[in-house]
Design a protein around this ligand. Structure first.
Ligand SMILES: [Fe+2]
Ligand SMILES: [Fe+2]
Length: 326
């Protein structure tokens, strides 16, 4: 279904200064960190000693922690899904405007690609992971795609990406903190640099939404409400392992993250509250009656969800993932 032309016009207007946006929110490629900056150098004489030390520092990482790290890695590695989906969003046109929004998508993907690459190589060296099982899950996740309910609407999509970038910032930041507590400073640094990227990306997407709010507040409000009613699903919600039905591994991954406190139901609510505050939802005036209702719905939502979150329990039993050898 074709969206009203105004969406495309709004996108066009915001995308006019694409190079400024890229310069503000993404880093120049030549000086950006690369995975090899944070990994043992395979052409160095010390390589084997370095791997030994790396494996030593991974020995004591708890089972749930390894599971979360693997799930995070697979989520990052399903980047082809995210890039191709963003390319299909209304207003993104790689054929006719390769220097417009399509450029943003390519440059963002190029930065994101380092995350899965770095985590994958680290896990491979760690000696704790059944790489074949992990790789099979990655291939499945890319093949299965995702269903996030945004359609090709840029407004809904930017709500989704704002939410998700902050969610990944939180989870990578927490895995960094935990790793330090477990005595693995190297891994902590790895998770930390990734978290910092996610923070920049979050700021980018929430800025896009802020700009849309300035131009088309009622429609933007309705899109925000739509996504909040629909609930933001995680990009890896179809996660599975060999012999497991589509999506069934995801809940175990998510339970492990909740048990560790890496990403919890409370975080979901806090992200929502950050967005509400940053987009000044409460103070939004001069919108249609329908958008006012949407605003009021959104404002009341965090308290409602908090009551539900208080009642939900996270399963204590550890699930045995095929990804983890020891
Ligand atoms: Fe990422
Ligand atoms: Fe990201």
């Amino acid at each position: 279904m074709q969206l009203p032309a105004s969406r495309v016009e709004v996108m066009k207007f915001i995308g006019l200064k694409m190079d400024d946006l890229i310069g503000k929110f993404l880093k120049p490629i030549d000086t950006n960190w690369q995975p090899s900056d944070l990994l043992p150098e395979s052409d160095s004489e010390d390589f084997l000693t370095d791997i030994k030390l790396l494996q030593e520092s991974c020995k004591e990482l708890p089972y749930d922690y390894i599971a979360v790290l693997i799930g995070d890695t697979i989520t990052e590695e399903a980047l082809p899904t995210y890039e191709s989906w963003l390319m299909s969003v209304e207003g993104v046109d790689n054929d006719n405007e390769p220097q417009g929004w399509a450029k943003w998508v390519r440059w963002w993907s190029a930065e994101e690609n380092r995350h899965g690459d770095l985590l994958n190589k680290y896990l491979y060296l760690s000696g704790r992971v059944n790489m074949r099982e992990m790789e099979t899950s990655t291939q499945y996740l890319i093949a299965d795609g995702f269903d996030i309910g945004t359609g090709t609407d840029p407004y809904k999509n930017f709500v989704y990406t704002s939410f998700q970038e902050l969610a990944t910032n939180i989870s990578h930041r927490r895995t960094a903190t935990l790793s330090k507590q477990y005595g693995n400073n190297h891994l902590s640094k790895i998770c930390g640099v990734i978290a910092a990227d996610e923070m920049r990306h979050y700021k980018a997407y929430k800025t896009f939404v802020s700009k849309i709010f300035e131009i088309d507040p009622s429609e933007m409000m309705l899109a925000f409400e739509y996504m909040m009613k629909k609930k933001i699903v995680m990009p890896a919600h179809f996660l599975r392992e060999t012999g497991v039905k589509m999506g069934q591994t995801f809940s175990h991954f998510s339970d492990a993250a909740q048990r560790l406190g890496v990403y919890t139901a409370n975080d979901y609510i806090e992200i929502m509250e950050s967005l509400i505050k940053d987009w000044n939802i409460e103070g939004m005036r001069d919108i249609t009656e329908q958008a006012e209702k949407a605003r009021d719905y959104i404002m009341a939502l965090p308290a409602r969800l908090r009551r539900i979150a208080e009642r939900t329990r996270v399963p204590e039993l550890e699930y045995e993932f095929s990804w983890i050898t020891r």
